[in-house]
Design a protein around this ligand. Sequence first.
Ligand code: G4P
Length: 527
Amino acid sequence: MSSKLHDEVLARRTFAIISHPDAGKTTLTEKLLLFGGAIRDAGTVKAKKTGKFATSDWMEIEKQRGISVTSSVMQFDYQGNRVNILDTPGHQDFSEDTYRTLTAVDSAVMIIDSAKGIEAQTLKLFKVCRMRGIPIFTFINKLDRQGKNPLELLAELEEVLGIESYPMNWPIGMGKEFYGIYDRFYKRIEQFRANEEDRFISLNEQGEIDGEHPLKASSLYDQTLEEVLLLNEAGNEFSKEKIADGTLIPVFFGSALTNFGVQTFLETYLQFAPPPQPRHSTSGEIDPLSNEFSGFIFKIQANMNPAHRDRIAFLRICSGKFERGMSVNLARTGKQMKLAQSTQFMADDRSTVEEAVSGDIIGLYDPGLYQIGDTLTSGKESFQYDKLPQFTPELFVRVTAKNVMKQKHFHKGIQQLVQEGAIQLFKTVKSEEYLLGAVGQLQFEVFEHRMKNEYNVEVLMERVGNKIARWVENEQIDENLSSSRSLLVHDRYEKKVFLFENDFALRWFQEKNPNIKLYNPMDSADE
Ligand code: G4P
């Protein structure tokens, strides 16, 4: 790899922002994009919630519901770094989409609402990041409001998440009394209510303000020095290595809405966040700096632009360089193809991408070729990156087209939405009825909405009581074992699956049929 390319790869920072809904993900993303010059007006991203205009969300339903359903990708340059932000839906019903997105990043930014602390969804997403060894940076938000005591927040972070933390800065007061942050890392105080020229007060070797300053007369100053002393003496030590391997979480305080502490966060984050990391494949670890191009598809989205009725496959480049028009090999089928139509993203603003390197995310026009998890390679030797996590659905519905004359559209719609990974499809073994499986109820609603709007088919969905899906290892299964309590179905790869009514039905079945080996694909991912 040429040294120029080498430097380009090392300048990439690809991350996802994760949080419980309402912690401030949209607001922070918007502020980061403003710093990067990727958008000009504040409110561009935010406006999605009012339904006026969407930058990071494409779909109508997102606007209607004010939630981010699909993940989008945003790119900008900042001080020599190229930043790729992958947005993730906060709503738990779409955790599947978020989990897949997390396979495509090198680090994650976790936002915590200072009044709420660690919330359910934050914890879930945190665990996934840990499982994948993704370093996490924390932004504790909304300091302009009264929140929990910062020492309590820190203790909660360490206790609930079970990981060491290092506060890079520390709040001086909060809410009405919020004065700013004591920056342990840059040895300065950043003032909340100050002109740009006066924003920073530098600190001396002892970490105090030299000379006269009005802040010194305030009890907040003494309290902050005491707390910082406590952190210095009893807290964890700063370690670049531990941050890089994900065993120490750097913590930043700020207020996304008032754009306070965001720039400091961004600049420090870029210093310590890892560049593109090696990824595991059937040929071992693949070095992001190697010459041969490779990448994998972590997301497919149809009809992002309803005017074009197209499908885009999102590819994370893991090594080498992408050049438009290049020939690649699709590992799953062994097929050679030319990557001629490729796009880069700034949400609904797309432009053709001619070149991209490890760490970048590009969109490939997809005529129906790709599946989630597909690997593309350019070298002589083809290989496959690790499989993406598959979710075990917990809700099932029987689905049919309301109007039997619309069968063709119905099948096309289902096929495309399933290939996107928006929902899982099963067919009953005996009667070949269609069942859909999802992690959350909202996924069904999105499915119904998209079938109507994008494929012009109204669907009927009827709830199936069965909740526990277990895949079958055995090749041969007596189809008569299928009953309403243990419904035998095929998944879309023709693998056999039993849908059990409840735990009791599962245990009873296993006792009666000890020779049938059942498994849950999520078990390995949960460890
Ligand atoms: P999300 O994407 O994580 O769901 O959160 P989002 O950014 O939409 O923020 C959720 C709410 O929290 C919004 O208020 C937003 O303005 C507010 N918020 C975000 N950052 C801060 C902050 O630093 N300080 C304060 N005080 N509030 C913050 P909302 O009333 O729900 O929406 P809106 O009326 O602003 O549209």
